[in-house]
Design a protein around this ligand. Structure first.
Ligand code: AMP
Length: 172
């Protein structure tokens, strides 16, 4: 995973002071690293009968849709509020400061769908946990959550104890 680590750029104090932002744009810019990240993300799930991949706006769309492509399944965008044009189901959750909401179309998931959830970064786990809830509200089953980066010190794993978790690069 050294190849991937070398393509993840630390941006101190973004978007607010005290946060070290993990910038994945150099990684997705480099074709070899992008292909490596996607193939490693989906590796444990190739034989798990995944029927759809769901990804969180916005960087989850990049990795999630490519993972869906490689698995030969469809992609479900979990979006910020007010973006989706049809009827939605939503889940609200606490952030470090304030609240956030994710939405999906009510018909985005077929009953019993086996979902792989994909995002770029697992930090506190709030976003991923809410995403799992949203998938389940819509009748899907979360097979696993997969992340390119896990910020282990923030203990997001604890929020996802009930789910299988896969991450490629761990920072502690
Ligand atoms: P959390 O809900 O705390 O796990 O935050 C996860 C979401 O916030 C993911 O969608 C990430 O894209 C983003 N995020 C949180 N912390 C960082 C960070 N240090 N660098 C880049 N993205 C982050």
């Amino acid at each position: 995973m050294d190849k991937l680590i070398s393509k993840i750029r630390d941006i101190p104090d973004f978007p607010i002071e005290g946060i070290v932002f993990k910038d994945i744009t150099p990684l997705v810019q480099d074709p070899t690293s992008l292909r490596l990240a996607i193939s490693e993300l989906i590796k444990p799930f190739k034989t798990k009968n995944i029927t759809a991949v769901a990804g969180m706006e916005a960087r989850g769309f990049i990795f999630g849709s490519l993972a869906a492509w490689e698995l030969g399944v469809g992609f479900i965008p979990l979006r910020k509020p007010g973006k989706l044009p049809y009827d939605v189901q939503s889940v609200s959750y606490e952030l470090e400061y304030g609240k956030a909401t994710l939405e999906a179309h009510v018909d985005a998931i077929n009953p019993g769908d086996q979902i792989l959830l994909v995002d770029d970064v697992l930090a506190t786990g709030g976003t991923a946990k809410a995403s799992c809830e949203l998938v389940e509200k819509l009748g899907g089953q979360v097979v696993a959550c997969a992340f390119v980066i896990e910020l282990a010190l923030l203990e997001g794993r604890k929020q996802l104890e009930n789910y299988s978790l896969h991450s490629l690069v761990k920072y502690s």
